[in-house]
Design a protein around this ligand. Structure first.
Ligand SMILES: Cc1cc2nc3c(=O)[nH]c(=O)nc-3n(C[C@H](O)[C@H](O)[C@H](O)COP(=O)(O)O)c2cc1C
Length: 175
């Protein structure tokens, strides 16, 4: 699949077969994450957490359900990859958020290439971003905040041509 095809066919997948992501697929996904650009090349300013343990996935789901009253915010996916960053409460946080989003989108496109379903996850992360107990269970250091994530896994939902509305993002093309 070429890059433009992957970009155009990518969509949020919210149903999963329950089968696991293979080690080889995980390796390819992480390769894509590590190829991501990061502000000023500061790769140590973020941390990725790969969650596959069903107990930990349930812990996140349950924490989100308690917080938002919504079940299955991870859609039963067998893997969640979380990007955590160090937030400082100043303008530099913009780069931190962008770094996390960029890495996660690289992962998303790699998932399309691997014919795996994937969906950005933000809501479920908010539910435990300030919960030290859950962060500890996920081995996320207290100084880091989970700000972006992606669920990934085998799906029966197929990628294909999509109708993408032109100009759905307001765009000013200046002379
Ligand atoms: C930063 C970000 C956070 C998102 N968080 C969630 C989420 O928590 N749960 C969810 O189901 N979808 C989430 N999405 C997916 C968007 O809802 C989706 O990309 C958008 O509606 C467009 O649909 P498409 O991805 O199928 O093109 C998120 C997307 C982005 C970029």
């Amino acid at each position: 699949m070429d890059t433009m095809k992957a970009l155009l066919e990518r969509k949020s997948v919210r149903s999963y077969t329950g089968e696991p992501v293979t080690e080889k697929q995980q390796e390819q996904l992480l390769k894509a994450a590590y190829a991501s650009p990061v502000s000023m090349g500061q790769y140590d300013s973020l941390v990725l957490t790969v969650v596959q343990n069903p107990k930990l996935l349930s812990l996140i789901d349950d924490t989100a359900a308690k917080r938002f009253g919504r079940e299955k915010m991870l859609y039963g996916a067998p893997m969640l990859i979380i990007a955590s960053v160090q937030l400082k409460g100043d303008a530099s946080d913009n780069a931190a958020y962008s770094n996390a989003a960029t890495v996660i989108e690289n992962l998303n496109l790699a998932a399309v290439e691997l014919d795996l379903g994937a969906c950005h996850i933000w809501g479920a992360l908010v539910a435990f971003a300030d919960n030290d107990e859950v962060k500890e269970a996920l081995k996320i250091d207290k100084g880091f905040t989970p700000v972006a994530g992606l669920v990934v896994g085998p799906t029966e939902d197929a990628y294909g041509d999509r109708d993408i509305p032109q100009n759905r993002i307001k765009t000013e093309i200046l002379d």
